[in-house]
Design a protein around this ligand. Structure first.
Ligand SMILES: *Cc1c(COP(=O)(O)O)cnc(C)c1O
Length: 426
């Protein structure tokens, strides 16, 4: 039996994420997907442990999501946003206002997570320019971060994971504090914000904003950290006159156990980015939100507008998917749903703690991470997961899952059992 169906057009001509054309790494051909299962061309069905990179929170081919998209499709799939508006954008904005703190009330719709990060960074720079502080154009962040693949976003990704040396001549030189160390649930120590504080003191006249993934650092290491660290960070940003950007592209819409990760804290950011699960994983769409005061300040000086406007801004189909997704989310008790997933992951993954090759098992909200002592061999591990009927895509030392919210306890148990078996045989 062939363990993969690797179409030659795909192999010879198409890039996949972080891949090489012509690569022999296994790749699997999907036919369709429904609920929590991905069906391959060869007929095998896989329980999806990745939610297609944090996005398909309600599962594939969801009747309510499909109905919303079909109905929008019959009205219009797209119309330009310059000089025109439409119901999907307005309804989505109203839903976003409902789920956020009242102070976050100005929305910019972008086409992907990375672009929403660019937008957030441009907002911060324009804000300070309007306040006659044009020197504030740098960003401070922490190591192990991931904010996307475009140049601005890349410049605040972890310098090692993000291969900054490769793009050195063109990448903005930003500032990096150590990654937060205080574990989730514990009070932040002075030491944990020590270097960060010093960087703020030394560079405050040049720093536009601090950008950080709140509570969970995703693609840069799947690390969980203290909400109190963010309370401290907020106070430091206020003290040294720097804006605070939370990148909630991965953490947003319930993943960490709260609707947004900042809701674990007592504070709000000045600017927030959202993407991934925004449309329930149906379409690409992202959003950047800020406060009325920042929006007003940005437009208070020349050129009098915020300088960004993508062709597919607020695409109606994507907005209608997001409206449907938020409607579904409001029908869940997200804290109860993620608490149950966390319990099932704890039960299911805890046998990994006994394995020699495992460094740590950690769980927060609907995220389960098995950190290995050494990087896994993708050529071997990926087909093995598929043979076990599960879709799990590790990176480096990290074997992790972000289940679909509607997964049954049986499916969660099967997913975890598959992981335990594969990892124990490595
Ligand atoms: C995925 C991700 C991005 C980038 O989003 P894209 O849609 O892939 O451009 C940015 N920040 C975080 C935290 C992410 O997880």
């Amino acid at each position: 039996m062939t363990i993969r169906s690797h179409n030659s057009t795909d192999k010879e001509h198409i890039w996949h994420p972080y891949s090489a054309i012509g690569s022999d790494l296994p790749i699997f051909h999907v036919d369709s997907a429904k609920g929590c299962k991905i069906k391959l061309k060869d007929g095998r069905e896989l329980i999806d442990g990745m939610s297609s990179w944090w996005s398909t929170i309600h599962g594939y081919n969801h009747p309510a999501m499909n109905a919303a998209l079909n109905s929008q499709l019959e009205k219009m799939s797209h119309v330009m946003f310059g000089g025109l508006t439409h119901d999907p954008a307005i309804e989505l904005t109203e839903k976003l206002l409902e789920v956020h703190d009242d102070r976050l009330n100005a929305v910019f719709f972008a086409d992907s997570g990375s672009v929403s990060v660019e937008v957030a960074m441009k907002m911060a720079i324009q804000y300070w320019a309007s306040l006659s502080k044009p020197d504030k154009q740098r960003f401070l962040t922490v190591r192990n971060g991931y904010h996307g693949d475009t140049f601005g976003a890349m410049s605040v990704c972890d310098p090692v994971n993000g291969m900054h040396s490769l793009f050195e001549k063109t990448l903005a030189k930003n500032l990096f504090a150590p990654a937060p160390k205080t574990p989730f649930g514990e009070p932040c120590t002075d030491e944990d914000v020590g270097e960060l504080t010093q960087l703020l003191i030394d560079n405050k006249s040049e720093i536009a904003a601090v950008i950080i993934e709140p509570i969970v650092q995703g693609a840069g290491g799947m690390r969980f950290y203290s909400a109190d660290y963010l309370n401290r960070l907020r106070a430091l940003c206020d003290e040294y006159g720097v804006l605070l950007i939370f990148d909630e592209i991965a953490t947003g819409f319930g993943r960490t156990g709260k609707m947004f990760a900042y809701q674990h804290t007592d504070i709000i950011p000045d600017i927030i980015t959202m993407g991934k699960a925004l449309t329930g994983g149906y379409m690409t769409l992202a959003a950047t939100m800020t406060t009325r005061d920042i929006a007003k300040t940005i437009q208070s000086k020349s050129p009098g507008v915020f300088m960004h406007g993508p062709t597919f801004m607020a695409n109606p189909l994507a907005c209608s998917a997001a409206v449907a997704s938020l409607e579904l989310l409001s029908s869940y008790d997200i804290e109860a749903v993620t608490e149950n997933i966390a319990e099932q992951l704890e039960i299911g993954l805890s046998p990994c703690r006994q394995l020699d090759k495992v460094a740590e098992v950690r769980i927060l909200g609907a995220i389960g991470v098995v950190e290995m002592k050494d990087p896994v061999n993708m050529t071997v591990i990926q087909p093995t997961f598929v043979e076990h009927g599960i879709w799990v895509r590790p990176f480096g030392k990290l074997v992790y899952v972000m289940p679909i919210y509607v997964m049954t306890n049986e499916e969660l148990a099967e997913l975890c059992a598959g992981i335990v078996e594969v990892v124990s045989k490595l």
